[in-house]
Design a protein around this ligand. Structure first.
Ligand code: UGA
Length: 447
């Protein structure tokens, strides 16, 4: 059992906190916001995540998890402090001010303390942040040098909506470290996990995190570009193209009995309305920005981002071209969050799509099971032009075009609804054409 302080109670901090407490560590999560601290201590989750309410309740009642707004109190008990505060995008680069502020306070604590503590970054940061910015701040404010305190970087690979499962059963755990004591503390922290653990320096750990997200984002953009060629040329069934592509054994190998394995990675090689969320867009931008600062062209990152920026609008263009304009057309948008099982709308393609439809003077209705209020906040003033509906099934009846953006499970019920007089644009190819009774079924790649 270790004593762990975690600074920041967003996705990464809170999920790490409850999962580490669940395996028996004593965790203090630190947040400046007293409302968040109060709620967490009452076992009320401050973010929406599958399985979190139950797990939080369990670890709060076991006494292994508590929240506080006193960093010093949490550090007093801790052998290791994990920093998981936000690194928002600022003109494409990442803003390290929250990390610096935490490092200053941790540095001051180290200055006045006899004990040795390891400071480990969990936030996503551009390569070289830990061994330069973080180290410098800690040394400056503690008046001590690396060795008097430990330094590490332990990136997280959680997917929203699947975060607890991803933390409990990760593909690998990365121990980025700058000193042996921190390495052994990381090993102790993750002892309960029986998975591959890779040791490397902090820069490599930082780049690995970006490599992971950038390669996935690149897959999404290249398949979208191919789909756009298919749509523009016409006469192609892009589903057949995708199926054939996936059957290359390098993507989907055969197991010992000759059965095809279809790895999850293939879902990133299906066309759609583009990637969103708080990670892919921000991470590709931050990597591009760092590369450019280093004098590199970053041509692929640029292309990945510009294809992604345009993809939502290509839906609007396809519909407008097909119908000779969208003015007055009744369009129902199903799903607003950037993916199912989350109420997060950050960088959701739905935002651009709805803006595009409104600009074309379409009459837009929209539904999402849980993301409507976040969407309204993010969308801005023109949200008043959208008719948000709770009963999407009756909204389907009055629409002439249905655009499926987020593949929430409840929309599978569309299979049981007659849409003989409607155009359906299934942006995620969630259905097969034959599943739905429609006038026209469109996907990215279809003509
Ligand atoms: C992503 C990574 O998948 C995680 O491994 C990583 O830890 C996380 O970022 C992070 O850096 O914190 P997340 O943003 O939660 O996780 O979501 P994904 O499920 O990967 O989806 C990202 C975007 O890609 C979404 O807009 C999604 O709709 C899109 N996507 C995803 C597709 O367009 N196609 C797919 O097949 C999968």
């Amino acid at each position: 059992m270790m004593n762990v302080a975690i600074v920041g109670t967003g996705y990464v901090g809170l999920i790490s906190g409850v999962c580490l407490a669940e395996v028996g560590h004593r965790v203090h999560c630190v947040d400046l916001n007293p409302k968040i601290v109060n709620n967490l201590n009452l076992a009320i989750p401050t973010i929406y995540e599958k399985g979190l309410p139950e797990l939080l309740k369990k670890v709060v009642s076991s006494g292994n998890f508590s929240a506080t707004n006193s960093l010093d109190l949490a550090l007093e008990e801790a052998d290791i402090v994990l920093i998981a505060v936000g690194t928002p995008s600022k003109d494409g680069a990442i803003d390290l001010s929250a990390i610096k502020t935490v490092c200053q306070s941790v540095g001051e604590y180290i200055k006045n303390s006899e004990k040795h503590i390891s400071v480990v970054l969990k936030s996503t940061v551009i390569p070289s942040t830990t061994d330069t910015v973080v180290r410098n701040e800690l040394e400056k404010f503690s008046g001590k040098t690396l060795g008097d305190f430990g330094l590490g970087m332990n990136p997280e690979f959680l997917r929203e909506g699947n975060a607890i499962e991803d933390f409990c059963s990760p593909d690998r755990i990365i121990f980025g470290y700058e000193d042996e004591k921190t390495l052994s503390r990381l090993a102790e922290l993750y002892k309960p996990w029986d998975v591959e653990k890779l040791e490397m320096n902090t820069r490599s750990a930082e780049l690995l995190k970006y490599a992971n997200n950038t390669v996935l984002a690149t897959q999404i953009s290249i398949i979208n570009e191919l789909a756009n060629v298919s749509s523009a040329l016409g006469g192609i069934d892009f589903e057949d193209v995708v199926k054939g592509l996936h059957l290359d054994k390098r993507w989907s190998p055969l197991d010992e009995s000759g059965n095809r394995i279809f790895p999850e990675i293939l879902t990133y090689l299906r066309p759609g309305c583009g990637f969103g969320g708080s990670c892919f867009p921000k991470d590709v931008q931050a990597l591009r920005s760092q590369g450019e600062t280093l004098g590199l062209e970053m041509a692929i990152s640029n292309a990945v981002l510009s294809t992604n920026d345009q993809q939502p609008f290509s839906l609007v263009n396809i519909l407008a071209k097909r119908l000779g304009g969208l003015s007055g057309k009744k369009i129902l948008v199903l799903g607003l969050s950037f993916k199912p099982e989350t109420d997060d709308v950050r960088e959701s393609p739905a935002i651009k799509i709805v803006h595009g439809l409104i600009k074309e003077n379409a009459r837009v209705s929209a539904h999402d099971p849980i993301a409507v209020s976040n969407f309204i906040e993010e969308f801005g003033e023109t949200a008043s032009r959208i008719n948000f509906c709770e009963d999407w099934r009756s909204a389907v009846e009055s629409a002439s075009i249905v655009v499926i953006i987020t593949p929430w499970a409840e929309y599978l019920d569309l299979k049981n609804i007659s849409m003989k007089d409607k155009i359906v644009f299934d942006t995620r190819a969630y259905f097969k054409k034959s599943d739905l009774e429609v006038l026209s079924y469109l996907t990215f790649g279809s003509s």
